[in-house]
Each structure stands twice: as structure tokens, then as C-alpha cells.
Write a protein that binds this ligand. Sequence first.
Ligand SMILES: C[S@@+](CC[C@H](N)C(=O)[O-])C[C@H]1O[C@@H](n2cnc3c(N)ncnc32)[C@H](O)[C@@H]1O
Length: 216
Amino acid sequence: MNKKKEFIPALGYDWLTGFYDLTIRLTMPEKKFRTKLIDEVEPQNDETILEFGYGTGQNIILAHERNNKTKLNGLDIDPKVKEIAEYKIKKLGFGITLDLYEGATFPYPDNSFDKVFSSLVFHQLDAETKLPCLKEIYRVLKPNGNLIIGDWGKAKSKLMRFLFYIVQILDGFKTTNDNVNGLLPKFMEQAGFKNVAEKDFINTRIGTYSYYRAIK
Ligand SMILES: C[S@@+](CC[C@H](N)C(=O)[O-])C[C@H]1O[C@@H](n2cnc3c(N)ncnc32)[C@H](O)[C@@H]1O
């Protein structure tokens, strides 16, 4: 493996990762935003689907529960979250493959997946990392494959903008400013995606969570 790229852990600091699930449960409408994400992904029988940045496994588990005939892969950079997600998945007896990578090249050949989805990851990537990651997603998607991203988007009210400062203090302003400025779709287009659109959003206690879609 090459030298690992620096990354922001799930809750901003490595020692907080064990509290991630509890924090999300307390600060977000968890069932609502994750269910809606999987509604957007719509896992079908025999489809190959990748979750980029699976974290503690909450979305990928939900995707498997929605359709256990979908072939699910997860990719993350942090061994600590892999351990947490793997523990849950093993306990449930689900057949989901979780991979790690060093932060540059995804460990999959070109045109591997029908769909790639991702939630709450891009606001943790700086501009120099967002675009290469989107290009890797583009590379591993099959032609006409779908990208679904759920992440912090342009605040839909002054209150949402104010509340989002909580996330920015934890995760830093450098990586989160692009999100709150509504620039994620621009990055997706720059990576080569077409039909890029913000499909929907949910206002939460800590900001506006938006759903984006695009096609390779
Ligand atoms: C806030 S957590 C989101 C976890 C999960 N997707 C969710 O919806 O709860 C962000 C995740 O992105 C991962 N991450 C950060 N930088 C990354 C990178 N460069 N490549 C892949 N994953 C990354 C972190 O390890 C963490 O698991």
C-alpha cells in the first residue's frame, strides 16, 4: 500500500469515532435521512453497488436489508470505522464486502459498479481530494451508472446556515465551505458526470442535508 493520505475521521477527531453512531442519533433525523438515501439508491437484484465512505456501516446495512440480492461493496480510508462496521455486519450475518484504501486509487477495475453512493463524506474532503475521488468514482462506474450523494448542501434558511457552524467547527471550514456554498454539483460536473442535480433535501438540527444525483 502507498503512503496513506491524511483524512478527517468520522467525527473530526480519531478519539471521537466510537461516539459517531450516538452523535448521529442525537443530532440528525437518522432513520429519515438514511431511508431516503436508500430510496434514492433503489438497490436492485444482482446490481453491483459501492458505498464510498461507509463509516460505521449504517447505510450499507440498510441497503442490504432493502435488497439482499444486491452485491454491496464498501470503501473507506479509516481502519477504525471498518472494525466497527465489520463487527455489526458479522453479527447480522450479512454478506457485504468492506474494503480499505490508501486515499488515492480505488481498488477496483474500470466500469465495475452499476451505482455508487456516498453519505456525509464529501464535506470532509478538501478541494484537492474531492475532485480526484469523484474521478475515481466515475472510473469505477459502468457507463450510464448512477452516482447518489447525500451530504451537507447549500443552507436552505438563515437558521440552517447558523446551525451548520457546529459541523464546521468539528470538521473544519476548509472542507465544509464548498458544501455550504452549494458547490458539490460543480465538482461532479468537473469530474465528467452528466445530468447532475440536487434532487431533494432535509433540514436537520445541524444543517441542510441534500441529495444529489448524477449519471456517468
Ligand atoms: C462522517 S463519516 C460518514 C459515514 C457514513 N457514510 C454515514 O453516512 O454515516 C465520513 C466517512 O468518510 C470517511 N473518509 C474520510 N476521508 C475519506 C477518503 N479520502 N476516502 C474515503 N473515505 C473517507 C471517514 O473515514 C468516515 O468513515
